[in-house]
Write a protein that binds this ligand. Structure first.
Ligand SMILES: O=C(O)CC[C@@H](O)C(=O)O
Ligand SMILES: [Zn+2]
Length: 467
């Protein structure tokens, strides 16, 4: 089938019924919808389809199977591993027009959403109903639920609330074979064999499309208070974490280097937290619901100062101040984006973070002597974001090539510490060559077997996670 016939067929498929979808083929649309936030691949999709219903998605999948057309799912396109990039003439299926909240059950505290609902839309809906959707990250204003679930997005509150997976009560999916499945039917308890819902979460669209999800909500946190501390040494951030966790529950524990903060400050929207310059900063958040909690926090702070781990600190006195302290951490990724960063999103279990950090740090200092290195991340759950910035005068290709050479050393340390080569950003195309550092050969063979069951003709997001 040639390109024109495929496009004409797609148009026909989504125009049927009283809720027609759309097909886009304009070069500007192909460019926009064919990529995510990664800058490595050149987008080259054949067409973009914006369906309106699960049935239209099913019709697309059946057509793709019959005609060997590759489909790439696309949400808010904020991914950082090229999981939603269409660089080989694929048809992109974008969920921007399936963005409705379709049901809310106040007694079950669940909300049923189409895949294109934006994270912030769900957070606001919860808030309007006096509830809380706790999965949060800097791209919440554009990322879509379908994409969050397909990458099992984490973010800044994992230490207290877990990952996206933990908030899914049920899923509606169209498998790569073209079947519509209603998975788990929103049940809290359902021990009836394999839980297929969890296979689709984190599958990066390689098994089929998530078209709807029922998400759980919880009670709103009270009196969230933010503390930013200047920390003496990278490994001291873990001593500080322990000191606070021995006394209280934290809703977040993040860290960033002075270098990282300088990039945010250069944007001019926020100020340094205090005058003392520290090599690293920790950001803690907790519910300051009583004087006792505040006293415990102050005691932990004093202990950290006495030990010499902490050099200075500031505590938020208002919600506005808490938000601007959060900006110091949440603004990092965006502020370094113009420097074409090479991204690492690595993790180990919390107890192994200090040794792991020391080894990674000495490797990157040795192998990237001329590159600017930016450390930050969700250190409270063992997840570090290590970004290497491209020198202005170095061509992109040469820079990525150099970073790939260093990966071997970085990922050997990840393997030694039994860590992950992608803690929360997914594998996509950028991390697939390194999958074996985290997953055994035997495990990868099972992954391939699962793919074969759900997508025997390999039309779903080919070339992502593995070839
Ligand atoms: O840009 C990055 O490397 C991390 C992005 C995101 O996961 C964050 O934690 O801000
Ligand atoms: Zn992150």
């Amino acid at each position: 089938m040639n390109s024109e016939t495929i496009i004409a067929s797609l148009e026909q498929l989504v125009s049927a019924g009283d809720n027609p979808g759309k097909v886009l083929t304009d070069p500007a649309d192909l460019e926009t919808y064919g990529k995510d936030w990664t800058k490595i691949h050149t987008p080259a999709p054949l067409a973009i389809v914006l369906p309106k219903t699960t049935e239209q998605v099913q019709a697309l999948v059946k057509f793709a199977n019959e005609n060997q057309v590759a489909l790439v799912p696309s949400g808010g396109r904020t991914g950082l591993s090229a999981g939603a990039v269409a660089a080989n003439g694929e048809v992109v299926v974008a969920f921007d027009n399936m963005n409705k909240i379709v049901d809310f059950n106040a007694s079950d505290r669940t909300v049923r959403c189409q895949a294109g609902v934006v994270t912030e839309q769900l957070q606001n809906f919860a808030e309007e109903n006096d509830l809380y959707y706790p999965v949060d990250f800097a791209s919440a204003g554009s990322s879509q639920l379908g994409g969050n679930l397909s990458t099992n997005a984490g973010g800044i509150k994992v230490i207290r609330y877990g990952m996206s997976r933990d908030w899914v009560a049920g899923l509606k999916v169209v498998t790569g074979k073209g079947d519509i499945l209603d998975l788990n039917k929103d049940l809290e308890k359902n021990n009836t064999g394999y839980d297929l819902r969890h296979l689709f979460i984190g599958a990066e669209g390689t098994l089929g499309f998530i078209t709807e999800a029922t998400m759980k909500l919880t009670r709103k946190p009270n009196d969230l208070t933010v503390l930013v501390l200047g920390v003496n040494d990278l490994t001291n951030t873990m001593d500080v974490l322990k000191a606070f966790q021995n006394k209280m529950d934290l809703t977040a524990y993040e860290f960033f280097s002075h270098q990282a903060m300088q990039h945010v400050l250069a944007h001019g929207q926020v100020q340094a937290p205090f005058e003392t310059e520290a090599p690293y900063y920790a950001l803690l958040e907790f519910e300051a619901v009583s004087d006792q909690v505040m006293d415990d926090a102050m005691e932990a702070f004093e202990h950290c100062m006495e030990e010499g781990w902490v050099l200075d600190g500031v505590i938020s006195q208002s919600e506005t101040q808490a938000q601007s302290l959060w900006m110091l951490r949440e603004g990092i990724s965006e502020s370094i984006a113009p420097r074409t960063p090479y991204k690492n999103d690595i993790s180990v279990v919390v107890s192994r973070v200090p040794g792991f950090l020391q080894e990674i740090e000495s490797v990157v200092t040795e192998h990237y002597p001329d590159f600017e290195i930016i450390w930050f991340g969700h250190i409270g759950d063992g997840n570090l974001h290590l970004n290497i910035l491209k020198p202005e005068d170095m061509p992109k290709e040469e820079f990525f090539e150099k970073c790939q050479q260093v990966n071997k050393w970085v990922f050997e340390i990840v393997e030694k510490y039994e860590g992950s080569v992608s803690a929360e950003h997914g594998v996509g195309m950028t991390k697939k060559d390194y999958l074996r550092y985290t997953r055994s050969e035997a495990e990868i063979a099972y992954l391939r077997g699962i793919k074969q069951v759900f997508d025997p003709n390999r039309i779903m997001n080919p070339g992502k996670i593995f070839d």
